[in-house]
Design a protein around this ligand. Structure first.
Ligand code: NAD
Ligand code: 6OD
Length: 472
């Protein structure tokens, strides 16, 4: 049993160690699960919905109070630009708590008046109960956003949680524990265990018989390993996994809006968003113009220190992840791609050269069967291919084992609806990307996940429904 090992938390902007983190062993995970069970059976489990809701609003208030602390912790862990953490990650954490604090007060129950053929009548109604202890395992790309996306509805439904944030980004999950205390959340409701996956805190959590459900965001292969690991204890799972998302750009699009939207869709967070478009299909009539305009956008991005307000491109998360992304840059040339821009590592001549930056990169000319067109790279990179007809574009977009997200760019809204409805994904944006309403279903098809979260889908996953049938 491990328990006192430490691992380094590295700042990806310059490779310096910013903290040493204690890895939770099996005993720590067990302690956390027991603390969570105690909370469900104790004061937290007795709270009414109004009080739970009000405490979650207090968590949101407490995050707002420590806004700058959360921003700094997030950018120290990830190297992401301060502009992005302040605009996306931390405000979304606040919104996650507020939305589910409100939703839990408004969600009703199903009920049916029942009549059998032989004249017996009954009233059926369902009551919503907490599932119990929820294990939450999250990745490093949007650490606080993705963690709170699951913590907020789990707590709203009356559960207690044990969270295992990514080993790359432990800071904001820890800070959230302090914030929970500020907000009057009882001890044991929110527990953090740090560490890795196999043979470490992640696997111990998925195997623990005292954990009632696992919700996971991360890679598809990890999802498969977790499925195996939860099988003996038959836990419900919710999986938000990887993607190889397509964007389809028609010649009738609003060109400037499409370029600006696609620049975000390809390069935001250095391409480390599961929803990023790594495959861009452009109607042949505007292909040359489009490639040239997106190239100019890519070349105008400013890679820099995270705290510089002008920075709009941070580093990748780790040396290991940079090796993976660069191996795809090499593979793209081997597979016969034409390099439009990027393809390497920027040179700074300061400490950023010890960080994990790569150039934003665009390729054309690959066959659809190329590994670079099929496999998730998770970096600031896309391949652009031309299409001649709507049918061809739909077929190319859907030719993947993943099924997370798509975006369609056209001013013909009939076409927008028609194409969107044929996308085999969990979410399709028309003339926008990553525009979120937290009440809507979110998740993926195929290798991109199991189940949906968001709005009532989250409330249903994090609850046990007990149907009560009363003979009248
Ligand atoms: P990852 O799968 O390597 O790790 C995610 C988390 O799982 C980490 O906390 C890790 O420690 C833990 N883990 C790893 N192996 C485990 C195991 N065997 N048992 C239990 N826990 C284990 O993913 P990552 O590299 O952190 O994140 C990048 C991936 O996440 C990409 O594939 C990306 O597309 C995906 N992602 C998906 C979504 C979505 O909403 N669909 C969102 C963000 C990221
Ligand atoms: O917006 C969300 O709720 C969400 N889960 C986003 C996932 C982004 C992936 O990196």
């Amino acid at each position: 049993m491990s328990g006192n090992r430490e691992f380094a938390d590295v700042n990806p902007a310059d490779g310096t160690v910013i903290a040493n983190v204690t890895e939770a062993g099996e005993a720590h995970v067990d302690e956390a699960v027991h603390a969570a069970r105690g909370a469900v059976l104790g004061e937290w489990g007795q709270l009414g919905i109004r009080e739970r809701s009000s405490r979650l609003h207090r968590v949101a208030d407490a995050i707002e109070k420590r806004f700058d602390c959360f921003v700094q912790a997030e950018i120290a862990d990830t190297g992401k630009p301060v502009s992005l953490a302040s605009r996306l990650d931390v405000p979304r954490a606040v919104a996650n708590f507020r939305v589910f604090a409100d939703l839990v007060k408004m969600s009703g129950m199903e009920s049916f008046q029942t009549e059998t053929p032989d004249g017996i009548t009954a009233l059926n109604y369902a009551v919503r109960k907490p599932l119990g202890v929820i294990g939450i395992i999250t990745p490093w790309n949007l650490p606080l956003l993705l963690l709170t996306w699951k913590v907020a509805p789990a707590l709203a439904c009356g559960n207690a949680v044990v969270v295992k944030p990514s080993e790359e980004t432990p800071a904001t999950a820890t800070l959230l524990a302090e914030t929970m205390q500020d907000a009057g959340i009882p001890n044991g409701v929110y527990n953090v265990v740090h560490g890795f996956g196999p043979g470490s805190a992640g696997e111990f959590l998925t195997q623990h018989p005292g954990v009632d459900a696992i919700t996971f965001t991360g890679g598809s292969r990890t999802g498969a390993a977790i499925m195996k690991s939860v099988a003996p204890t038959v836990k419900p799972v919710s999986f938000e996994l990887g993607g190889k998302n397509a964007a389809v750009v028609f010649a009738d699009c609003n060109f400037e809006e499409a370029i600006s939207g696609l620049s975000d869709a390809v390069f935001l967070n250095t391409g480390q968003v599961c929803l990023c478009a790594e495959r861009v299909y452009v109607e042949r009539k505007i292909f040359g113009l489009f490639v040239e305009a997106l190239k100019r956008k890519a070349e105008s991005l400013h890679p820099g220190w995270p705290n510089d307000p002008k920075t709009d491109l941070g580093p990748l998360i780790s040396a290991q992840h940079r090796e993976k992304v660069l191996s795809y840059y090499t593979l793209a040339s081997e597979e016969g791609a034409t390099l439009v821009t990027g393809g390497g590592v920027p040179k700074f001549s300061d400490n950023r050269d010890q960080g994990f930056y790569v150039q934003p990169t665009i390729y054309t000319g690959l066959p659809e069967s190329a590994r670079c067109v099929k496999e998730e790279i998770f970096g600031p990179v896309c391949h652009i291919a031309a299409f001649d007809s709507e049918e061809e574009a739909i077929a190319m977009a859907n030719d993947t084992q993943y099924g997370l997200a798509a975006s369609i760019w056209t001013t013909d809204l009939k076409r927008g609806h028609r194409v969107a409805q044929q996308m085999k994904v969990g979410i399709t944006w028309v003339n926008c990307w990553f525009l979120r309403d937290l009440r809507t279903p979110f998740g993926g098809a195929g290798l991109s996940g199991i189940g949906r979260e968001g709005g009532m889908h989250s409330m249903n996953f994090y609850s046990e429904l007990n149907n009560i049938c009363i003979r009248l």
